[in-house]
Design a binder for this molecule. Structure first.
Ligand SMILES: [Zn+2]
Length: 385
């Protein structure tokens, strides 16, 4: 079978496996020394950098004042110092999404750097890590293959958020047919031959792209090309079995686009594709009430039963659920924990609780960025049965 050598994907393009995310979500530190830091600033200018440093130092100082003074934990203190020391690094790449998950007592130190930015800064010291902002950032940076295509030539990239990585060059084809006999010129025969060779080129390109994407485990293809090229390429992509992978396209003015230009042109296409997926999810929820749940309580009940296949985390700002202080089970209406009988409970952020339960049972999570999440319902789930 034909293969195309694909370079190893840099860590920044593939920062966390689903297993690593589920493991972070499972962490429970009784002493409340689990630190989550999120830091992402979209509107940074060079002049604002000093202000950002102050914001960052302020976050750490507030945490110190609040937790260290009455706690005195050396582990917590070391982690906060280590995070504070990362400030220059964050400042050096401001328009990115930074997160740190740290718990010295449990030997956990995980730094995440994603090529996207939201307006987000916060530091939480708690029994558990805060997962949902990470899930939303990962969804916004789902990798896709981008192919810039002309007749006889193509360039392919792996794009994730604002990062674009050039992939190996695919074979080119010289499609010009020279007329040996100038008296004949461009006869029908020669036109036909060019058409055939163009078709053969697009066919082989589609197969190469398909192989490359399977190799990368990448499920989304965005094409940059002219209208006339698309009309010839699209049928070949369909024939190569790529209908499900085709996420959309943009108009190509120049095959020599820079990686920045490519990432910028890809962004609206990916956003639109995600929006269509969200719309489709809620259509299914409405059409199939027998295999769906809507609202925090109904979805939690299904999560506890393990029957959720896909969970949608919409805008759940300010929504809390009651959890058992002893065993962390969900309390519905009773005054006593249904799992362990404890009478002590506390309030937890609903979106964090839902996400953790979904990760624990291996359900797929749809986590749109916040502006998009607000356009849809609070939460809904499609069920396995
Ligand atoms: Zn309990």
């Amino acid at each position: 079978m034909k293969t195309i050598a694909v370079p190893p994907v840099p860590a920044a393009l593939n920062p966390l496996s689903p297993k690593a995310i589920a493991t972070l979500a499972e962490v429970y530190d009784e002493a409340s020394h689990a630190i989550t830091l999120y830091f992402s600033r979209p509107n940074l200018s060079d002049k604002a950098h000093r202000g950002e440093a102050l914001t960052f130092e302020h976050l750490i100082k507030t945490a110190r004042d609040r937790y260290e003074t009455h706690d005195g934990s050396p582990g917590l203190s070391k982690d906060l110092t280590r995070i504070l020391n990362m400030e220059p690094e964050f400042r050096g790449s401001p328009r990115r999404f930074h997160a740190v998950f740290a718990c010295k007592d449990r030997d956990i130190w995980q730094v995440v750097d994603l090529p996207t930015c939201g307006d987000l800064s916060g530091l939480q010291v708690s029994q558990r890590f805060q997962m949902v902002p990470l899930l939303r950032a990962l969804e916004a940076t789902t990798p896709c293959c981008v192919a810039l295509v002309e007749r006889g030539k193509a360039r392919v990239f792996l794009v994730r958020g604002t990062d674009a990585l050039a992939l190996p060059l695919l074979p080119t084809a010289d499609l010009a047919v020279e007329a040996d006999d100038s008296r004949v010129g461009w006869s029908d025969h020669i036109d036909g031959s060019v058409r055939e060779r163009t078709k053969a080129y697009f066919k082989s390109l589609a197969l190469d792209l398909h192989l490359m994407m399977l190799d990368l485990s990448c499920g989304q293809l965005v094409v940059g090309c002219r209208e006339d090229v698309w009309s010839e390429l699209e049928p070949q992509l369909v024939k190569a079995g790529m209908t499900e992978m085709m996420s959309g396209r943009f108009h190509l003015t120049n095959l020599d686009m820079t990686t920045d230009e490519i990432a910028k042109a890809t962004k609206p296409v990916v956003r639109e594709k995600l929006r269509q997926q969200y719309v489709h999810f809620w259509e299914l929820i409405r059409e199939r009430p027998e295999i769906s749940a809507v609202g925090v309580d109904a979805v939690l009940r299904r999560l506890e039963a393990g029957s959720v296949q896909t969970l949608f985390l919409g805008d759940l700002t300010g929504k809390d659920v009651t959890a058992c202080s002893r065993c962390q089970s969900w309390w519905n209406v009773s005054t006593q924990c249904p799992a362990c009988g404890s009478r002590q409970s506390h309030l937890m952020s609903a979106e964090e609780f839902l996400a953790r339960r979904a990760l624990a049972i291996g359900a797929r999570i749809i986590a749109p960025d916040m502006p998009t999440a607000a356009l849809f319902g609070e939460t809904g789930a499609l069920l396995r049965y």
